[in-house]
Design a protein around this ligand. Sequence first.
Ligand SMILES: [Zn+2]
Length: 133
Amino acid sequence: MASLTTRRLAREYKTMAVMVDIYCADHHGDADERPCPDCQAFLAYAAQRLEKCPYGTEKPTCANCPIHCYKRTPRAQAKQIMRYAGPRMTLRHPWLALMHILDKFRKVEHPAELRRRTRKGRSDRQADDSISL
Ligand SMILES: [Zn+2]
């Protein structure tokens, strides 16, 4: 966990951990530990992927990311957990949920897409629009 030092990635991890908590409490309620060993293993995997994310602090939310770095099984697990815990997180952790929504506006482009657009010479107006609160 030592390398999840940037606030952005630390928050991403926190969001993930909160979602896993919500999901695990409602689905694996009879496990001795919280989160249960399965969910702990998933979180460890997620943390490892975050640490290796090439976008670093510019990271989009994983759902928007052009690079799908999760293996098939944990990816299905992530989908399931987020679909369940996402809406529920808004109530319990409004701040984290809000930040997660703002992160969704962060656009990254696939390296190939970026090259294509640059060649066409079209400027991306949206990139200059800042989100004002
Ligand atoms: Zn669990």
